[in-house]
Design a protein around this ligand. Structure first.
Ligand SMILES: *Cc1c(COP(=O)(O)O)cnc(C)c1O
Length: 392
């Protein structure tokens, strides 16, 4: 019944997504409800977006108030939400200058342009990129150029020239690709789509050193792993390795479409200037109200501290499950960004999980990826384990 209804509803949508057979209707806390009223414990968070869960009254009231006052101005005019959100995000991310976008891929586009402009101003002749195998940076032309999946790139080639892919966590493979044309090195401190692979501290430190020694810019993509998810506000902070450019999106607006790229003052002096870049919607008063409120709630409710605590509990419970189940071969990740490598097909596990009322998502390499709202408590971890155990 539901499947037929969904199929009919999708009649005029371009068939791009192989969706799961669920039609969602509303959410409350860490639970989602479908159109038939069935309850799901959410360990997907809309792919790591809804960190504060659903129906957060303080956030929703702020958004409703902003809708009634003003949603859009264009960037021809200043709106104080934009300045305030940039200040709060710079403080939270440890960066200096922020540009708001509408998505993660657009944040990547901006980061790539910012690095190219830096090299152009310095007349360094550098324009090439080093990116990582199994990385994911989005679906626009620039973002897909640096994404480490040939099948995402090939139908759209030729893409950006001079992109070289190194092995993640293999510093020698990065060193082997560095040359006088290298403009930037882009990586996720914790690969999400690629199968939940955290960077080794030596890898992050080594890349920082290579960049410092050659005036190459280090770009960290924290669209998925940022905003508290790994148990620090941004993942780079747990390594003490500050990137030159940082990209953000997903959880910074809790579902209002907003992303950002940010840079250090040292980069911005030589980078984008008026006329070099722009967006009509990006950083509009509604999106910036979302960022402002989300950051305010993060601080007030000490979300990062909470993630650290409940993340440890999640690790422990997942290790127990992995020990108990033959079809689970390992656990990876940290905080509330974790994955289980499994031997059964994801589709089969997911089908059973949906029946049990649990939302999970896949990652590369047959991994069950768990990205719950950051407000989950130990009792929700227990409920998830019980449901996943059955599904496995
Ligand atoms: C999701 C994601 C993107 C792309 O973000 P969109 O908002 O889908 O464009 C980029 N980088 C990483 C690491 C992501 O997880």
């Amino acid at each position: 019944m539901v499947n037929e209804k969904i199929q009919k509803g999708e009649e005029h949508l371009l068939h791009i997504y192989n969706r799961f057979p669920v039609a969602l209707d509303h959410g409350e806390g860490v639970y989602l409800y479908d159109t038939e009223g069935k309850e799901y414990l959410d360990f997907a968070a809309g792919i790591g977006v809804t960190g504060l869960g659903y129906h957060n009254k303080e956030l929703n009231d702020a958004l409703k108030g902003q809708i009634d006052r003003l949603c859009h101005t264009s960037n021809l005019y200043y709106h104080e939400n934009c300045g305030k959100a940039a200040k709060a995000l710079a403080r939270a991310s440890g960066m200096d200058k922020v540009f708001f976008t509408n998505s993660g891929a657009e944040a990547i586009e901006g980061a790539l342009k910012a690095a190219r402009k830096y090299a152009w101003t310095k007349k360094s002749g550098r324009y090439e990129w080093i990116a990582m195998e199994h990385s994911f940076h989005g679906r626009t032309a620039g973002a897909v150029s640096v994404t480490g999946h040939a099948e995402y790139r090939e139908p759209f080639e030729p893409l950006l020239p001079g992109v070289h892919f190194a092995k993640y966590n293999d510093l020698d493979s990065v060193k082997a690709l560095v040359n006088e044309k290298t403009c930037g090195i882009i990586l996720e401190p914790l690969q999400g789509e690629g199968g939940i692979h955290p960077a080794d501290p030596e890898f992050m430190e080594g890349i920082r050193k290579i960049c410092d020694g050659n005036d190459i810019l280090m770009i960290c993509d924290e669209v998925q792993c940022g905003m508290g998810r790994t148990g620090s506000m941004f993942a780079w902070q747990s390594y003490g390795v500050r990137p030159d450019i940082l990209t953000m999106a997903k959880a910074i607006g809790n579902g209002i479409p907003v992303g950002a790229f940010a840079m250090t003052d040292d980069v911005s002096k030589f980078s984008l200037k008026p006329g070099d870049h722009g967006t009509t919607y990006g950083g509009n008063p509604l999106a910036c109200m979302a960022v402002l409120k989300v950051l305010e709630i993060f601080e007030k409710e000490q979300i990062v501290e909470h993630v650290k605590k409940v993340g440890k509990y999640l690790s422990r419970r997942l290790e127990e499950l992995a020990d108990k189940k033959d079809c689970v071969t390992g656990r990876r990740g940290t905080g509330l960004m974790q994955g289980l490598a499994v031997t059964k097909p994801f589709a089969q596990i997911n089908q059973r999980a949906l029946e049990e009322g649990l939302l999970i998502i896949p990652a590369e390499g047959n991994v069950v990826r768990l990205l719950p709202p950051l407000i989950i408590e130990e009792k929700h971890v227990d409920e998830m384990i019980q449901k996943l155990d059955k599904a496995l």
